[in-house]
Write a protein that binds this ligand. Structure first.
Ligand code: HSE
Length: 289
């Protein structure tokens, strides 16, 4: 049996809309074994078919390697909630790709896996850290994916997870067509500084870099708890952002005391679920059982 573990991811990281993402130490597990017919377990009935993203990833990888798709049993074991901005669909796509590669004895390198995953997902910012771990910057270059890993200091986070989903397709509809030139200049400064803070561990500047002009001012209206949480984080100088396209919000710091304060505040005033996380140095990996 092949077992694939894939981390949840937080895309955008506030100022890196569509270009930056990080892996979290929160893993989904997928089991694959030969079976006379297709069987999928561990997900709602509506996903027990060939449109399941794990199967889509597996099949596309077989096509890429020019081998026939085998019949198999897939078991999914995950508590990463879907449509919450935590990269749950990326975990499925990456699991399918890695399992297909392992099934046929490892023919692909990780950049090939990233290319296949990006073709399915449509953007590389979740799938890159899901495959490589750490934080990753990425962009499309004439159809090719370019990706750089950012080794990060030991940042800890608190994921605050509303009890309602947000579909990325809906969250993209609220985005503007243009932004102000001066805001674009500020965004570049914040984004470059954010990345530098992640790798150098500059806790002082880090919260000051979390000002986005590309998506958060528009998407925050879709998350009813955002304004209060944002204001509280600002009051204690704590970096926070909408994870992916929401609805989860992620606060990060090297100072765990600030995250404990936020957690207490959430329990008292917001009553939403939360999970302590950190940046995963590891991306997806295979285990054989
Ligand atoms: N960068 C994408 C977006 C991530 O924000 O729309 C969605 O998973």
């Amino acid at each position: 049996m092949i077992c694939v573990k894939v981390p949840a991811t937080s895309a955008n990281c506030c100022v890196g809309f569509d270009t930056l993402g990080m892996a979290l130490d929160w893993f989904a597990t997928f089991y694959f074994e030969p079976n006379p017919e297709f069987v999928i377990e561990g997900c709602p009935d509506e996903f027990k078919n060939e449109d399941n993203l794990v199967i889509v990833g597996f099949k596309k990888t077989c096509d890429y390697m020019k081998v026939d798709m085998p019949t198999l049993k897939l078991k999914i074991d995950t508590d990463i909630p879907s449509s919450r901005g935590l990269g749950s669909s990326s975990t499925c796509i990456v699991a399918g790709i890695m399992a297909a590669d392992a099934w046929f004895h490892g023919q692909l390198n990780k950049m090939e896996m990233l290319k296949i995953a990006t073709e399915i997902e449509g953007h590389p910012d979740n799938v890159a850290p899901a495959i490589f771990g750490q934080a990753c910057t990425s962009f499309m270059d004439d159809g090719d994916v370019r990706m750089m890993m950012i080794p990060c200091q030991n940042f800890k986070g608190l994921a605050m997870i509303p009890d309602y989903p947000i579909q990325t397709s809906e969250a993209r509809k609220v985005l503007p067509q243009t932004i102000d030139y001066k805001d674009a200049v500020k965004q570049v400064g914040y984004a470059l500084s954010f990345v530098q803070c992640l790798s150098s561990g500059n806790e002082l500047i880090f919260p000051k870099t979390c000002h986005d002009f590309l998506h958060e001012p528009y998407r925050c209206k879709l998350i009813k708890e955002y304004a209060e949480i944002h204001d509280y984080c600002k009051s204690i100088d704590l970096a926070m952002w909408i994870s992916g396209s929401g609805s989860t919000m992620l606060a990060m710091s090297l100072d765990e005391k600030k995250l404990d304060m936020l957690q207490e505040w959430i329990v008292k005033y917001c009553g939403m679920s939360y999970k302590k996380v950190s940046i995963s140095t590891k991306g997806a990996y295979i285990e054989y059982e």
